[in-house]
Structure formats: structure tokens, C-alpha cells
Design a protein around this ligand. Structure first.
Ligand SMILES: *Cc1c(COP(=O)(O)O)cnc(C)c1O
Length: 383
């Protein structure tokens, strides 16, 4: 292996997840695949063509630069939607390429209109309503202002969507807050309707909301984490399995991350391993050096806590995680050799290290572990 580690994406698992989610959402609901944060660490350039091949026809990103990456790898002109950052200088290109984007304040609406006028084109906007998350979006007064601006500039604006984001649908403790948000959304939507503005897509749901609040599916769902094979939270997972006979997880994880043993050391009892004094050898031990570290996304919070798979066995990460190296205890693997495979995330023989295992021992979310996987790690697709 030329690379110090490699991420493998399993196409069959992706196909399985897309098919499951399409069936679950039904044919009337458009699925937008959320591919922000480098497709949750999976790699935009590798994942988007696979999603496209398996029937995903709508894509959501956070920023202009991600939108361009998606635009460049799609083979057909499917809709792309920017949910967050666009600098003013990039607005013209966004409109020229027909990319949709959230309008969460009227400054952005004005920038969109002035660019659309110059280009003699329509900007595809999604009006984002502030319904109670208190992050971004138009409040009722701002929505009314937006409506009058849109009416004056109807030739330059296409209202493609009316949307909001729910503040934590994956946790039952947020239920009252989510219900209030959905009510507020409907109330604000009626203002649009009263003004004869009919967006193509009403959309509010992420993965969790699409499952926990079926009414929130509306015309389009913005699905991220579940397409990659993860449940948003244990609560969403449990709720899905309530009232079901079959306890098989319908989702399959797509990503695995492998490296290899770079070097093997014999350490004497009483010696400290790695920086500082956090690991003291209690007996004579044998260690394997693995060429991945926090610069690749293996969190320092896994110091003395992480596990890797070598020869089908779980081995402890000992000492602190370095920038480019971790050390594993392989005292119980007498046959281990330099070059042997090390699984950091994924299966080896009958055992598996899940992303959730990382999160359990380090307090990171699945989302966070995935988003930290360095873009520099090579990604390959396994068919
Ligand atoms: C990230 C994001 C989503 C997707 O959330 P998942 O929990 O990964 O499904 C949906 N909508 C918005 C606005 C987002 O930022």
C-alpha cells in the first residue's frame, strides 16, 4: 500500500441505504442527499457519482465550494442546493449554474436579485424560515419584507423552496420544541400562500425528523447521516424498531478505514510509551506503530482508549495519539509483522469497529468523527 491509510466505500451498502430510504419516504417525497463536510467524510468526488448511479436526483451542501465540487462530478444536471455560505462574489456563478440556495436574510435576497438582473436570469431560492431554532432564517416580519421584494422582482426570482431546520428531532426531549417549530412553519407558509407564492418544495426534515415526524416529510427530505448507514441517535433507532418483528438493521455502513503496521517494538516493563507519562508498561509488551494520527482525523481523545483490529483481534491504543502515528499493544499477537493490515473503522474477520464505538469512548458524535476524516486520505470504491 502506497498510502499510509485508505478509506474504502462499499457500493452495495450505499445501494441498500438508498433503496431503503426511497421505499420508506415513498415516491411522492424527493430525497435530497446531504453531502456537506466532504460527504460526511466519505469524499464528495467518490460518493456523489455512486448516489447518482443509484437514483439520487437532488443534492444539498453547505457552501458554494462544495456545490461546485458536486456540480463537477455529476453526469446529469440534477438540482444542487446550498444551505449556507456563499460569498457575494460567487453569487453570479451560483445563479448562472442554476444552483439553488437558502435565503435566510434579506441582504442575501438583494444580492441575489442584483446579480440575477445583470445576468438576465432567475435565481432559484429557498426561503428559510426562522421557526424556533434561532440560528438562521427569516422571522415573520422579514418574511413579509422578502415577499414584497420578490413581488417587485418576480422576473428574477424563482421560489423553489420554503424551508426550516428543526432543532434536534433526534431526541425525544426536544419534542415540544419541534412541535412548536412545525406549527410556526405552517403559519408562516400560510403567509406565502396568501401572497400567491407557491414553492415547488416545502422542506423541513433531516434524517431524524423524516423518521420520527412522518408529517415533516412534506415534498422533500434532506437526508445526510442515514444515507451513509448511521442512525441519527439511539432514540431514532429504538423508535424504528418498536412494533417491528424483524430486528435486522436495515442500514449498512458504507465506510471503512484501514492502515498497516509500520513498525514493531519490544518494550520493557517500567518504560513509558509515546509522549509524556500517560502510559507505563506494566510488563514487557510488544507494540505496533500505525501511521495514522489526529492529522488524519483519529482524535486525540482516543489516547489510551481507542481500539484497532489486527489479525482479527481488538488491540488497545496505548499512549497519546500523535499527529501521524498511534501505538497499539500487540503483545497477544506473536505472529504480527510489519505490513499487516490494521482496521481502524470497519470489519476484520468476525469483529467490527464502528464509528459509534469511537463516539462512545470519546464523547464525539458520529457526525463529528466522520467530518474529521482528512480529505487527504485516499478513498476507493469497492463494487
Ligand atoms: C446537515 C443538515 C441536514 C442533514 O442532517 P442529517 O441528520 O445528517 O440527516 C439537513 N438539513 C440541514 C439544514 C442540515 O444542515
Amino acid at each position: 500500500m502506497t498510502n499510509s491509510s485508505i478509506i474504502t466505500l462499499d457500493e452495495k451498502s450505499l445501494q441498500n441505504n438508498v433503496a431503503f430510504l426511497k421505499k420508506k419516504m415513498g415516491s411522492k417525497v424527493q430525497i435530497s442527499a446531504v453531502v456537506k463536510a466532504n460527504a460526511y467524510g466519505h469524499g464528495i468526488e467518490q460518493i456523489v457519482p455512486l448516489f447518482e448511479k443509484h437514483g439520487i436526483t437532488h443534492y444539498s451542501v453547505f457552501s458554494y465550494s462544495e456545490a461546485i465540487r458536486v456540480y463537477n462530478v455529476l453526469s446529469e444536471r440534477h438540482p444542487i442546493m446550498i444551505m449556507g455560505w456563499i460569498s457575494d462574489k460567487d453569487m453570479a456563478d451560483v445563479i448562472k449554474k442554476g444552483i439553488g440556495f437558502f435565503v435566510f436574510n434579506n441582504e442575501r435576497l438583494e444580492v441575489a436579485i442584483s446579480n440575477a438582473k445583470k445576468l438576465k436570469l432567475k435565481a432559484n431560492i429557498h426561503l428559510e424560515a426562522e421557526t424556533g431554532m434561532n440560528r438562521s432564517g427569516l422571522n415573520t416580519e422579514e418574511l413579509n419584507t422578502a415577499i414584497s421584494i420578490i413581488k417587485l422582482n418576480a422576473e428574477f426570482i424563482h421560489v423553489e423552496g420554503f424551508c426550516t431546520h428543526l432543532a434536534g428531532a433526534e431526541s425525544i426531549s426536544n419534542h415540544p420544541r419541534i412541535v412548536r417549530q412545525l406549527k410556526k412553519y405552517q403559519k408562516m407558509f400560510s403567509i406565502l400562500k396568501a401572497n400567491d407564492i407557491t414553492p415547488t418544495y416545502r422542506h423541513v426534515a433531516n434524517s431524524a425528523a423524516s423518521f420520527v415526524y412522518p408529517k415533516a416529510r412534506m415534498d422533500l427530505v434532506r437526508i445526510g447521516i442515514m444515507l451513509y448507514g448511521f442512525w441519527s441517535s439511539i432514540e431514532v433507532f429504538i423508535q424504528y424498531f418498536n412494533n417491528k418483528q424483524d430486528r435486522m438493521d436495515p442500514l449498512r455502513r458504507i465506510l471503512s478505514w484501514n492502515s498497516q503496521i509500520m513498525s514493531i517494538q519490544e518494550i520493557k516493563m517500567g518504560e513509558f510509551v509515546s509522549y509524556g507519562i500517560s502510559y507505563l508498561a506494566q510488563t514487557d509488551i510488544k507494540t505496533a506503530i500505525i501511521p495514522i494520527g489526529y492529522s488524519q482525523g483519529y482524535s486525540r481523545s482516543l489516547s489510551n482508549r481507542g481500539l484497532v483490529l489486527i489479525h482479527g483481534q481488538l488491540c488497545n491504543v496505548i499512549g497519546v495519539v500523535n499527529m501521524n502515528m498511534v501505538i497499539a499493544d500487540i503483545t497477544n499477537l506473536p505472529d504480527a509483522e510489519v505490513g499487516d493490515e490494521v482496521v481502524i473503522i470497519g470489519k476484520q474477520d468476525s469483529l467490527e469497529i464502528k464509528v459509534s464505538a469511537f463516539s462512545d469512548i470519546s464523547n464525539q458524535l458520529n457526525y463529528e468523527v466522520l467530518a474529521h476524516l482528512s480529505e487527504k486520505i485516499k478513498r476507493v470504491v469497492k463494487n
